[in-house]
Design a protein around this ligand. Structure first.
Ligand SMILES: C=C(OP(=O)(O)O)C(=O)O
Ligand SMILES: [Mg+2]
Length: 401
């Protein structure tokens, strides 16, 4: 019934106006799934390879589609994803492109769910899943690779850790976002937006800490539940490997030790709930030192460090590098690989944060993945249509749970 009979690939627009890969999967009994690949700007050097969409589509048509149509059942996600790996034949999807792979993988999952008449989160997670909702981490101020002339730190994230429901948390993040524009206006700071819809003001990191803390405190008081905040430092983008320093525009460079001390100081001063990629993507040891120092107070999350790869995650587990992992299906290329990383993490006390990319589409798969895999966090922006697509889907899922 769920035998895949057709896979169609096309180019569509992403939120930056760049082309990306969209896949349609149809099954023998008429099941249908459609999904599109997102795209990063601050990509990790160990990520699976995103090919130019036209090339990814042409190669996937030649190599992957014949191994799927009439061969594999959409309801059997592991077989779909194994066929994608076999068609590609490399360990980083450099033949068919991780963008084609992830679009097909997600579209097949949706087609499988469609045949069952079940919501995607239930198809992915099974019948006993669907009652645990992730806390949404909402990007409210940012710079780095996501906006020019803004903060060094890539993302300041509202973290409504005390919210009674995911719906309340989503609205609280939007209120924090709105509050920040008022605060910035009051300070005479012009308000532009970055790639993910976060404010991208021309201010230094120190001022951004103050502004975000003020906004989260105010909305927390109004709402009556705890709203903390966190960061994605995307530190690999700041790291100069030759000099061994982290470069901050308008401030002195920091050595690795100074970077660790700085993060410890900020975690303590602002009681931060979350710090992603505070150190270079190859420095498992420095991550471990930081986790040793503040891992009992905050989540230290590896994004570029792990690239959703179970082998890199295992190295981090062995060394104690972090207590959290970012999960981006397109970093690794399939839903199976993403779920395996979540499960390896949860067996080892590592909290998963299912994440969007800075270039996104209206696709809502990650909202279902977070619920289906019972991930404790999701990072998918605060405002902007391609972000609210996922957030509104979470609201709907919660309503139906
Ligand atoms: C979402 C992120 O940005 P990008 O998609 O540009 O890697 C991130 O670094 O977590
Ligand atoms: Mg990141």
């Amino acid at each position: 019934m769920t035998l895949i009979t057709n896979v169609t690939l096309r180019r569509v627009l992403d939120s930056r106006g760049n082309p990306t890969v969209e896949a349609d999967v149809t099954t023998e009994s008429g099941g249908f799934g459609r999904a599109a690949a997102p795209s990063g700007a601050s990509t990790g050097e160990h990520e699976a390879i995103e090919l130019p969409p036209s090339e990814a589509i042409a190669n996937a048509r030649d190599l992957a589609v014949p191994r799927l149509e009439g061969e594999v059942y959409a309801g059997d996600q592991r077989s779909v994803d194994a066929a994608l790996h076999a068609a590609d034949g490399t360990d980083n999807f450099s033949e068919i492109g991780a963008n084609s792979a992830v679009a097909i993988s997600m579209a097949a999952a949706k087609a499988g769910a469609d045949v069952l008449g079940a919501p995607l989160y239930q198809h992915l997670g099974g019948t006993f899943r669907g009652d645990q909702f992730p806390t949404p981490l909402g990007n409210v101020v940012g710079g780095g690779e996501h906006a020019e002339e803004a903060t060094n730190i890539q993302e300041f994230l509202s973290a409504p850790v005390g919210a009674p429901s995911v719906t309340e948390a989503i609205f609280a993040n939007a209120e924090v976002h709105a509050e920040i524009s008022e605060i910035l206006e009051g300070r005479g700071v012009p308000v532009n937006k970055g790639d993910e819809g976060a404010w991208a003001p021309p201010i230094g990191d120190d001022e951004a800490f103050e502004v975000v803390a003020e906004a989260t405190d105010r909305i927390s008081d109004e709402r009556g539940f705890e709203i903390s905040f966190g960061l994605d430092m995307a530190a690999a983008e700041m790291y100069d490997a030759e000099e061994g320093v982290y470069e901050y525009e308008g401030e002195p460079d920091r050595t690795t030790q100074e970077q660790i001390d700085y993060v410890v100081e900020m975690v303590e001063e602002y009681d931060m709930a979350y710090v992603e990629d505070p150190l270079d993507e190859n420095d498992f040891e420095a991550f471990a030192e930081l986790t040793e120092r503040v891992g009992d107070q905050t989540l230290i999350c590896g994004d570029d460090l792990y690239v959703t790869n179970v082998e890199r995650l295992q190295e981090g587990i062995d060394l104690g590098s972090s207590n959290s992992i970012l999960i981006k299906p397109n970093q690794i290329g399939t839903l199976t690989d993403a779920v395996d990383a979540i499960e390896l993490g949860s067996k080892n006390g590592i909290q998963s944060v299912v994440s969007h990319r800075s270039g996104e589409t209206e696709d809502t798969t990650i909202a279902h993945l977070a619920v289906g895999a019972a991930a404790p966090y999701i990072k998918t922006g605060t405002v902007a249509g391609e972000r609210t697509a996922k957030l509104n889907e979470l609201i709907r899922i919660e309503e139906n749970a």
